[in-house]
Design a protein around this ligand. Structure first.
Ligand code: NAD
Ligand code: DAU
Length: 337
């Protein structure tokens, strides 16, 4: 199988490339990535000389870049990760980049997939498109689409464009909607790596509002296995939720990180809440479990320990990120909170 992976230099995309190369020796992967602030070729250092792997720098919003990669490589399927992915950036820096990459970029890929007769398109989406839950219930694939922040709205927009390509043009497209991932190579703007890095540097841990917002945490490798299942066995036109079945308040996650690092809870600092902050996410994964046989394999506490160890052993990776442009981002995002 020859796969085009978009956004493969980011967190989940790079984990997916490592997973696929290890699990499927017959695979050929082309990683198409614009290398934005979130794209990092260091994430792919271990495979850069692998003959089954090729990197192509390109932007999914630029028609010429997209056409060139599809002309140069005959693909069986596209797995589409590339996105602007951070909610806080969409709120504080504005939605324009999100609209361009997440909606326009997705449409450009859909057009190219049709024009080049690629067999299958897997769109990697998110539970955020469903909005927020009250204290009970879980998101089903049939739950209403009610995004509450610009990032989520653009992901919902991209889901609708994928649905439209399937319904109008018969494109073989499938959508996955996953909950909050964590694991190696996650950019330290997201909750878990940010808290690990700050704790290791004895800096305050900025918890938004009361810290009782609930997220459903999944180890990135379980998400990657889910995407692989959907790629191979998912039914065209369908949506598959993927969740970790571990929905807990943010404060509990932060306290566990402090415990694993043997750091004091006095590092926790409550800061001004995120505007429109979704209160609770929880995924019902029954469909992918019963129809495709996927099951979560990693329990939260074990996977969190593995993740904390990874950030301890790969200090140079995140210190390099945090020493550059990131400092301006951090000052703008957290300075006056
Ligand atoms: P990330 O921000 O770590 O990586 C995004 C990657 O996309 C980067 O390598 C970046 O360079 C690339 N990219 C951005 N704009 C591009 C463009 N215009 N052209 C080509 N490449 C571009 O993101 P992530 O956390 O790995 O998320 C990957 C996907 O999974 C996203 O679509 C996201 O919505 C979805 N998702 C993420 C989570 C999560 O918890 N992180 C959960 C569910 C779904
Ligand atoms: O649910 C899936 C989504 O998970 C993905 O679609 C997004 O791409 C991904 O970024 C993530 O979105 P969240 O907004 O849930 O993740 P984040 O790590 O930014 O925040 C997790 C929770 O922690 C959220 O309730 C906000 C809170 N938080 C976050 C940061 C960065 C804090 O309290 N303090 C922080 O400094």
């Amino acid at each position: 199988m020859k796969l085009l992976i978009t956004g493969g230099a980011g967190f989940i995309g790079s984990n997916f490339i490592h997973y696929m190369l290890a699990e499927h020796p017959d695979i050929q992967i082309v990683n198409f990535d614009a290398l934005t602030y979130a794209g990092n070729l260091e994430n792919l250092g271990p495979v850069e000389r692998n003959p089954h792997y090729t990197f192509v720098k390109g932007d999914i919003t630029v028609e010429a870049d997209v056409t060139a990669v599809f002309k140069a490589h005959v693909m069986d399927a596209v797995v589409h990760f590339a996105a602007e992915s951070h909610v806080d950036r969409s709120l504080h820096l504005g939605p324009e980049a999100f609209i361009r990459t997440n909606i326009l970029g997705t449409q450009r890929l859909l057009d190219a997939v049709r024009a080049h007769r690629v067999r299958r398109f897997v769109h990697v989406s998110t539970d955020e498109v469903y909005g927020s839950l009250e204290s009970e219930g879980r998101f089903m694939e049939t739950s209403p689409i009610q995004p509450n922040n610009p990032y989520a709205a653009t992901k919902a927009g991209s889901d609708f464009m994928v649905r439209a390509a399937h319904r109008s043009h018969g494109l073989d497209a499938v959508i996955t909607r996953c909950s909050n991932n964590f694991g190696p190579y996650q950019f330290p703007e997201k909750l878990i790596p940010l808290m690990i890095a700050n704790a290791l540097e004895n800096k305050p841990l900025p918890v938004y509002g009361d810290g009782r917002q609930v997220r459903d945490w999944i180890y990135v490798r379980d998400h990657c296995r889910g995407i692989d299942c959907v790629l191979r066995q998912g039914k065209a036109g369908e949506v598959y939720n993927i969740g970790g079945m571990h929905d807990v308040p943010n404060l509990e996650v932060v306290r566990l990180i402090l415990k694993l690092l043997d750091k004091p809870s006095s590092l926790i600092q409550h800061v001004t809440d995120r505007p429109g902050h979704d209160r609770r996410y929880a995924i019902d994964s029954t469909k992918i479990e019963t129809e495709l046989g996927w099951r979560r394999q990693f329990d939260f506490e074990t996977a969190l320990k593995v993740t904390v160890d990874w950030y301890l052993q790969n200090r140079a990776w995140w210190e390099r990120i945090r020493s550059g442009e990131y400092q301006k981002y951090y000052a703008a995002m957290y300075g006056n909170r």
